[in-house]
Design a binder for this molecule. Sequence first.
Ligand SMILES: CC(C)(COP(=O)(O)OP(=O)(O)OC[C@H]1O[C@@H](n2cnc3c(N)ncnc32)[C@H](O)[C@@H]1OP(=O)(O)O)[C@@H](O)C(=O)NCCC(=O)NCCS
Length: 185
Amino acid sequence: MSGKNDKFLFDSSLLYNLDFSQCVCAFNPAVTPERPGDGLVMRPLQIHDYDKGYLDLLSQLTVVGEITRSRFQDQFGAMKKAANHFVVVIEDVTVGKIISSATLLIEHKFIHRASQRGRVEDVVVHEGHRGKQLAKLMLESLRLLSIELGCYKLTLECDEKMRPFYEKFGFKLGSTLFLQLRFFE
Ligand SMILES: CC(C)(COP(=O)(O)OP(=O)(O)OC[C@H]1O[C@@H](n2cnc3c(N)ncnc32)[C@H](O)[C@@H]1OP(=O)(O)O)[C@@H](O)C(=O)NCCC(=O)NCCS
């Protein structure tokens, strides 16, 4: 797969150059972003993923609602312009469907020597593909990518039941509270 491609949300070489010898999780069999498994391709989100079941996949995570192609394209364009959304997907190329997605969001800071904070968002693996190390591969990739992009920390929000999963990657419960104002679902 080529490195820079306008259809991609970000430069795919960022994914393929990650140093997987620095993983904190064990993989059996071994997988990497370049070799996620038979018939699978891991890559940045593409604008054409609208036609590859991307929104159906996200609906296995939370409420998605009706999103037209044009709204999807506008949102994709906004993310690409902002250049701080690293949405990674896995496609089952045997059927042309997106079967996993996870996002690294980068916040540029003045604090901590003007470095970056990373946030893990919207981690999902399609019901038919769970239990095959794909979430682990996505999380390791986002963790290594956040380091590569100069983040001083990486955070996420999750239910208590998901805590053991994220602890596999070294995430620890912080002492700060997570407050929210919810304007709509
Ligand atoms: C959670 C989810 C992403 C896991 O995907 P997956 O591909 O089945 O996970 P993996 O096969 O990579 O599992 C990796 C490891 O995490 C463990 N794990 C998986 N789901 C877990 C869960 N819900 N809680 C605790 N551990 C879990 C597995 O047992 C496995 O452990 P091992 O390496 O010791 O064998 C998937 O179940 C999903 O998409 N759920 C719905 C959306 C969701 O809840 N997303 C998370 C939002 S915070």
